[in-house]
Unconditional design. Sequence first.
Length: 104
Amino acid sequence: MTALTFTEDGAGDGTVLSVSGEIDMQTVPELRSKVDDLDVAHRTLVLDLHGVEFVDSSGLGALLGIKKQQDRGGGRLVLARMSAPVARILQITRMDGVFTVADG
């Protein structure tokens, strides 16, 4: 298991949260807690996933949950700079069409 590390940066009408490590059953609570602490459901949350090496099914579920939370709050979730493993798992599961994705 690799612990998650976070770096946050306020950017205009939103927040960029850079995530590094593995998003799995062990680290999902940490990710959810960090997003909840940001209190940005009414704004844009950009998750920079460049440093994420692995996402399992619970990680995908967490990303969906964060998206729903943003949608309910009137904000939005953008997945940015996805690493190759993350992009591949989203493609395989066909969830790449569910999320707003940005390259930069």
